[in-house]
Ligand binder design. Structure first.
Ligand code: CA
Length: 226
């Protein structure tokens, strides 16, 4: 798992990094809230450990920005907040801003690593509502796709096309309906563009036996998986 530690107490940050790396995680560390926000917007982390008392941008602001910019593609990243403050209102504020768990300093390392494991388990196990079709599974909240249990990379528009087809397995979906669903992703789309996305989807899904049939002059149909 990829973890990001945002902590300006250097000895604490490096101690956490060492322990979590020993548990097999890839761990990035930054002492600055601004850097954490930009790192999280560029890369996918499985968990963020976030100190509240940071120079300049504090942890509350970092959390607010992480939650405000949470990408549709990846779903919310679990955040474990660390703080020296134990005032009830700080805890409430952190949780209201979308923190998943909260630890007050000083804490025992084994407790922290146990909570990290619990958060990672929870986010791996649950994710969001899932749609399954044969060996294909879509986690509609985290917007992750899995084929035979392996992560399947889909561009945003491929995802949108697939979602529409999956909602109507064994029914014909018109190109117009697909264009309308995909147009939410941005600019105007031509029927030809839809053909391109369908063909990319086919090349990813057909090896697993999932077929998208062309209904000439009308649209497409995701065939029943047998
Ligand atoms: Ca601090």
């Amino acid at each position: 798992m990829r973890l990001l530690i945002v902590e300006d107490d250097a000895p604490l940050a490096s101690g956490l990094q060492r322990i979590l790396e020993a548990e097999g995680h890839a761990v990035d560390v930054t002492p600055r809230g601004e850097d954490a926000v930009s790192a999280a917007s560029n890369e996918r982390f499985d968990l963020v450990i976030l100190d509240i008392g940071l120079p300049q941008m504090d942890g509350f602001e970092v959390l607010r920005r992480l939650r405000a910019t949470a990408s549709d593609k990846t779903g919310p990243t679990p955040v474990l907040v660390l703080t020296a403050r134990d005032a009830v209102e700080d805890r409430v504020r952190g949780l209201d801003l979308g923190a998943d768990d909260y630890m007050v300093k000083p804490f025992a390392m084994p407790e922290l690593t146990a909570r990290v494991r619990a958060l990672l388990r929870r986010s791996q196990a649950h994710g969001g509502p899932r749609i399954a079709h044969g060996p294909l599974t879509l986690d509609t909240v985290a917007r992750r796709a899995f084929l035979k249990g392996e992560p399947l990379e889909l561009a945003a528009r491929e995802w949108a096309v697939l979602e529409v087809l999956l909602a109507k397995v064994e029914k014909i979906v018109s190109k117009e309906a697909i264009i309308q669903a995909v147009a939410g992703c941005g600019d105007d789309l031509s029927p030809n563009a839809i053909e391109v996305y369908v063909s990319r989807l086919r090349s990813k899904l057909e090896p697993a036996g999932i077929r998208i049939r062309t209904v000439r002059g009308f649209g497409y149909m995701l065939e029943e998986y047998k």
